[in-house]
Design a protein around this ligand. Structure first.
Ligand code: COS
Length: 379
């Protein structure tokens, strides 16, 4: 079982998601915008960042708490869950772990309260899976750094009040010695964001971020200069765990709809679930969700207990995202023509689920991480 306090939180957040998050689904799916009002509401209730300590306004529930939140919100809407996930996840994690007290007060705490929005700007047009290939640069000039570069597919960037930006401060030292993380605030001269248009996860707004001679005070360096790539890897491992919980929640939604349809849709004089072909699909869904959920919780538990979790995070990511894609696909098959209708949630589950094996580190990257841990060197 989950610990008692986590069970209580799970119950509360499930109730909140069903009653409150559901109110924003149609509006966000139509507008392709994040629900800013919901963020503020959740911040006030202390629901936005359950992993952070209570003294900071969080729930003190560790990554396992984050997983429960994203799973329940994703069961209602994966796009909204995706935007929330950035806030207590990759968008603040490096500041929380390595930032100064001032950075935590100025950035992390307002995010926990739902007063500020953050984004995590790592990927670039030529640096997706190959994170070390990033080309953004930061050159020290007196008490500022001058940042130049382009960031791609940056979730929440169109609404971000600040973002964590990765750039090379010294290319000659390679990624592990030459990358530094910065806090770049909205309104910084030279910073522009161009909203991108996607086929899925509509409320999870994404943008292309341009940094043109952006002057950033040295106080906005996160942690130590040159340690950024290590912080990124740490951020991504934790990010893979919570990403998994979002996949579990979305798969759960598609499974529940499919189970209901299998019981109520009558063809040839009996519910379609009486056909072995359909019943077995539903059984498979139940098995895969069970496995993905517990792999995700276990990876979160390892992280919360200070244990090594890189491999388990990648394993959970592969299991949960592939489960989600498969279940999204099978849900479409089970629902037949009804699933294709734009007012059906099934087409949304199908579209949203397809993103899971691509975002936050592709399946191929996770398999590479796992293979390396097994002593193999796939190239
Ligand atoms: N915590 C702290 N440090 C970590 C770490 C973690 N969880 N994981 C790795 N590191 C360290 C390593 O120990 C290594 O340090 P040393 O050089 O001192 O040994 C350093 O970080 C670099 O790790 P690695 O050697 O594995 O780096 P690579 O360049 O070989 O990384 C992969 C290759 C593919 C793993 C990396 O580029 C990656 O994760 N790519 C996917 C990026 C991604 O997910 N993009 C989507 C982002 S959407 S938010």
């Amino acid at each position: 079982d989950l610990p008692e306090e986590h069970q209580m939180f799970q119950k509360a957040i499930r109730d909140f998601a069903e009653k409150e998050v559901s109110l924003y689904v149609n509006e966000c799916e139509d507008s392709h915008e994040m629900p800013m009002e919901l963020f503020r509401k959740m911040g006030k209730l202390g629901y936005l960042c359950p992993s952070y300590p209570e003294e900071m306004g969080g729930g003190g529930l560790g990554k396992l708490g984050d997983c429960l939140l994203y799973e329940e919100v994703s069961r209602i809407n994966a796009g909204i869950a995706g935007s929330i996930m950035i806030q207590g996840g990759v968008g603040t994690y490096a500041i929380y772990k390595h930032g100064t007290e001032k950075q935590i007060n100025d950035c992390v705490i307002p995010v926990i309260k739902g007063e500020k929005i953050t984004a995590f700007a790592l990927s670039e047009p030529n640096a997706g899976s190959d994170a070390a290939a990033l080309q953004s640069t930061a050159v020290k000039n007196g008490d500022t750094y001058v940042l130049n570069g382009t960031k791609m597919f940056i979730t929440c960037s169109p609404k971000a009040d600040f973002m964590i930006v990765a750039a090379y401060t010294d290319k000659s030292k390679g990624a592990t010695g030459g990358v530094t993380l910065f806090i770049v605030e909205k309104g910084t001269p030279g910073l522009t964001v161009n909203k991108l248009h996607k086929i899925a996860m509509y409320p999870n707004e994404a943008g292309e971020v341009f940094l043109d001679e952006c002057r950033i005070p040295v106080e906005n360096v996160i942690g130590e200069v040159g340690k950024g790539f290590r912080y990124l890897m740490q951020t991504l491992a934790a990010g893979r765990i919570v990403h998994s919980s979002l996949s579990v929640g979305l798969a759960q939604a598609a499974y529940e709809a499919s189970l209901e349809h299998a019981k109520t849709r009558v063809q040839f004089g009996k519910p379609i679930g009486c056909n072995q072909g359909i019943a077995f699909k539903i059984s498979r869904m139940a098995i895969d969700i069970e496995a993905a959920r517990w792999m995700t919780y276990r990876a979160a538990w390892l992280l919360d207990n200070g244990r090594e979790c890189n491999t388990e995070a990648s394993m959970a990511k592969v299991m949960s995202s592939e489960t989600c894609v498969n279940i999204g696909n099978e849900a479409m098959q089970i629902h037949g023509g009804y699933g294709f209708m734009t007012d059906s949630p099934i087409q949304r589950f199908w579209r949203d689920s397809r993103t899971r094996t691509v975002t936050e580190g592709t399946t191929e990257i996770q398999l590479t991480v796992i293979a390396r841990a097994l002593g193999l060197k796939p190239s």
